[in-house]
Design a protein around this ligand. Sequence first.
Ligand code: MG
Length: 324
Amino acid sequence: MRPVRHALLAVAGLLFSAALWAQTVTPAFDLQGHRGARGLAPENTLPSFQKALDLGVDTLECDLAITRDGVVVVYHDQWLNPDITRGPDGQWLQGRGPAIHELTYAELQRYDVGRIKPGTEYAKTFPHQQAIDGTRIPRLSDLFDLVRRSGNTRAGFDCETKISPLEPSASLPPEEFARRVIAEVRQAGMATRTMIQSFDWRTLQVVQKQAPEIRTMYLSSPRTLARAADGGPSPWLAGFDPDRHGGTVPQSVRAAGGSIWAPNQTYLTPALRNEARALGIRVIPWTVNDPAMVNKLLDMQVDGIISDRPDLVQIELRKRAVKP
Ligand code: MG
């Protein structure tokens, strides 16, 4: 019996190793719900993240700002957006609202972000979004609590530092911004489930140095890749502009120490995708809501997709049996 038992143990060990190897070598496709599930519920709110969780996304994508009193909150814009925000009087903001950086968390709680302003381009873009009047801007800690309470131990977080080198007075500087986010993620015990992303690669450099247990994701768009107005290097890329690092964005991401690149959906080509793969960089484009584009990107074997309509992406994934 003993040799049989040894053989069984050996086989079990091999299977376990193979499973670990598979997990390490070919990480699963990463379906990310953009601002929760923005196409279906008010962006960056707890109901939107709940919707994405209910759909079974792999990762909850969210945007971060920091209030005057140092609270990390989930909101896309540095100033309150009149297309989605009503003031304490219940009226839509007239034009750009105050900067989150200048409001306390308590002041911020007086604004309602549960409905898109009717008649706007934004409203036309998301006709299936279900309004939930009275919804408030959540803290990052509220998002972590929501997921913890749901019992979901699998979903990850992709948290974007909303900071601009062109608007230095609109937020904390990159080092301090990144430090506050790192502290929040660590306090929640979510470091290994979280990646921090940014167009402003300065914050990602801080994360890599100070919190190597948290992954980083390098965002790019034609706007952030363009040279500065004075012809100098782009201020978004922390000195890792492609002109100085091999000529392509994947080369720049590699030079910056990154391993995940998030290009906008129309920028990616099969050649760039292949170059990224050769450099060991995962590619997760944004923000993909059109099934034809989903399929074009799946044909390129991207490593994930960020979408306002993760339910529509799931339909295409199921057709290909990428996900059961
Ligand atoms: Mg974002």
